[in-house]
Design a protein around this ligand. Structure first.
Ligand SMILES: [Zn+2]
Ligand SMILES: [Zn+2]
Length: 349
């Protein structure tokens, strides 16, 4: 089979010939029909994460080694399975890529997404930029029924990440507008998932006018330029004196500095973005104000199942997608790096 792989950091993906995996035991072989492109693929391609102060976290330190077949947003159909996998051939499904070791405390709790020895597809194990993907167990496969494969694929990361983060705000999404920083694929999915969950709505912040426009088209209540000198004041004004809930999908020094300048007392900030950098915060502010800063990393298998159900019931697509053939994977990666992508690029096989 053909697989478009990251062989060297920063260099074009290479189309390699790989053997088609043969499933044994509980394994299932899925023929990939749609594979989304995510910022994490970009981080893997570039080779490291920015920790601020000139420090970087390398992929090798995260247990990630090249070559890698990227894409963890995978839809396809079941074509073969091991003798212990009870599956229906031809079933169209979304793959839960956040696979853990199965043995650690996090995996035992059902939080494989924060496993200490992750086996995530497209990051540690081969992902959706190959013609076939091997899934270790049928429980990671979610029947998409009538959903379009390219629309469903980004639910596995962009959708799941925002869904899990939104859940962390609890009832707040029904009490106050949510400030969403970043109007890329995750930001647009946050707007539509928030609507599907019955939230008040999103005030979106982005430095790119095209992305602010896309956010308004997707149903944002308001879009604020994050580079405006008075951005914090605009957020405070539009949230009745200060934001009570902020979702930071960028996770950069500038976005957290803005978030901390825009909050009301008792605010809750959830950070999902991995752009990097660091912040300094006077510790007394945390209890005095009192604020909650929480991280959120993708989501659980149960959350993905709940999100797919939400997507089936929702009339509108959760994430606007642009379909491109897999052969354009390199161009798509460059466009994402250069900030040209509105919504999500999904490579179709
Ligand atoms: Zn584990
Ligand atoms: Zn992702």
């Amino acid at each position: 089979m053909r697989a478009h792989c990251i062989v060297r950091h920063g260099e074009p993906l290479e189309a390699l010939d790989r053997p088609i995996p043969e499933p044994v035991g509980t394994e299932v072989l899925v023929r990939v029909t749609a594979a989304g492109l995510c910022h994490t693929d970009l981080h893997i391609w570039e080779g490291s994460y920015d920790l601020g102060g000139g420090k970087r976290l390398t992929l090798a330190e995260r247990g990630i080694h090249l070559p890698i077949t990227p894409s963890h947003e995978i839809c396809g159909e079941i074509v073969a399975a091991g003798s212990l996998a009870d599956v229906r051939r031809g079933l169209r499904c979304l793959v839960h890529p956040w696979i853990g070791c199965g043995a650690c405390a996090a995996c035992q709790r059902g939080e494989e997404n924060i496993c200490i020895k992750p086996q995530s597809l497209g990051i540690v194990r081969p992902g959706g930029f190959g013609e076939y993907v091997l899934v270790p167990d049928p429980r990671y496969l979610i029947d998409i029924e009538d959903l379009d494969a390219a629309q469903a694929a980004p639910l596995a990361c962009a959708g799941l990440t925002t869904f899990s983060a939104l859940k962390k705000f609890g009832a707040r999404i029904h009490e106050a507008p949510l400030v969403v920083i970043g109007a890329g694929g995750l930001g647009l999915s946050a707007i539509s998932i928030l609507r599907a969950l019955g939230g008040i709505g999103a005030i979106v912040v982005d430095v790119d006018a095209r992305k602010r426009e896309a956010a308004l088209t997707a149903g944002a209540l308001l879009a604020i330029d994050g580079n405006a000198a008075d951005a914090a004041q605009q957020i405070a004004k539009s949230t009745d004196g200060g934001a009570r809930a902020i979702l930071d999908l960028v996770g950069a020094t500038a976005t957290q500095t803005l978030a901390l300048a825009s909050i009301a007392r008792g605010a809750h900030i959830v950070i999902c973005g991995l752009m990097g950098g660091n912040i300094t915060i006077p510790l007394p502010f945390i209890p005095m104000r009192p604020i909650t800063i929480q991280g959120s990393y993708v989501g659980t298998l149960d959350e993905l199942r709940a999100l797919v159900e939400l997507a089936k019931r929702s009339k509108a697509a959760i994430i606007p997608v642009t379909r491109r053939p897999l052969s354009e994977a390199n161009d798509a990666l460059r466009d994402l790096r250069d900030g040209k992508v509105i919504g999500r690029i999904v490579l179709v096989h």
